[in-house]
Design a binder for this molecule. Structure first.
Ligand code: DON
Length: 297
């Protein structure tokens, strides 16, 4: 497996030149575009890594997978009255459907849906930023995981589309907390810095339920989370990714893609900052496609 990951890395790294790191969040635009990592963890506890697998990067929308997992555990069924489970077919920060669909976001992996999930998590838990970071430390078994405050500030300065979504949700009666406080918490979740190794380790609960001490790892939601990853995990490119790669996955504009293969029993994170026009990492997608083809997805 180790030499196979190295071969994949050599083959796909040049593809990064076809994209650009996210520009709309200034702190992400400054990230070194040549960074690249693959980290693969098996259910048996073996770890295989190549490249910059211990360099923390901005998890961005990969956080949406973990906030959803927590909300399924802490909030339960009432969550699904506030957010649907359908692919949106729209850009991840679009607010068009919110206006025409009565303020109920299509799914928890687009920005509006994740803002509703954040609101649900915040209810009665004013220190959710600390709580979420601690859950991630438990899942990844690493006490050093922190927010990147520069990325957080950068998002606060440029996050008007997210604030627009939050105010629209509020106007439609689908936000209980203060819209500005909710978006600030949402920006914090996105600004969490984790390495590919830490993310792959944190995703093991999706193939090995009841793995670890984190609240979301205690529940039996893994199969349902994987279903939402498969259908909505790469925004308006989810269908194409399912066809091309075939693993349930979640991407972020920091250039990471986290995927799982429940049949073969592994979690894998690939990272390369340059993105395609949908906001998904080009080289990370190609790395996962080669891995999937090789491991029989
Ligand atoms: O809210 C944003 O636009 C970013 N913090 C996260 C975007 C991302 O990774 C893709 N979105 N779903």
């Amino acid at each position: 497996m180790q030499s196979f990951l190295e071969k994949i890395a050599a083959e796909v790294r040049p593809r990064a030149a076809e994209g650009t790191p996210a520009q709309y969040i200034p702190a992400l635009a400054r990230v070194d575009p040549t960074k690249f990592a693959i980290a693969l963890m098996t259910a048996e506890g073996e770890e295989f890594v190549t490249g910059d697998a211990d360099t923390p990067f901005s998890v961005q929308s990969i956080s949406k997978l973990f906030t959803l997992a927590l909300a399924m555990e802490w909030v339960g069924a009432p969550l699904w009255e506030r957010v649907k489970r359908e692919p949106s077919g729209m850009r991840f920060n679009s607010i068009i459907q919110l206006e025409t669909e009565n303020g109920v976001p299509r799914n928890p992996f687009i920005n509006a849906g994740a803002i509703v999930v954040t609101d649900a998590l915040m209810h009665n838990r004013p220190t959710i930023e600390v709580g979420f970071r601690n859950q991630m430390r438990l899942l990844a078994r690493d006490e050093t995981i922190c927010y990147d405050e520069e990325v957080h500030r950068s998002e606060m300065l440029t996050g008007d589309m997210n604030r627009a979504a939050a105010f629209l949700l509020k106007a439609k009666g689908n936000l209980t907390e203060d819209a500005i406080l909710v978006t600030n918490a949402y920006f914090h979740f996105c600004s969490l810095a984790m390495s590919a190794r830490q993310l792959a380790r944190a995703a093991l609960f999706l193939i090995k339920p009841q793995h670890g001490d984190a609240a979301c790892a205690r529940g039996l939601h893994a199969q349902r989370l994987r279903a939402i990853m498969r259908t909505c995990g790469l925004y308006d490119q989810s269908g194409e990714f399912a066809y091309h790669v075939g693993m349930p996955a979640k991407s972020g504009v920091g250039g990471g893609i986290l995927a799982v293969n429940p049949t073969m029993g592994y979690a894998v994170c690939a990272w390369s900052p340059p993105l395609d026009r949908y906001g998904n990492s080009i080289a990370a997608t190609e790395a996962l496609a080669l891995l999937a083809a090789k491991t029989g997805v």
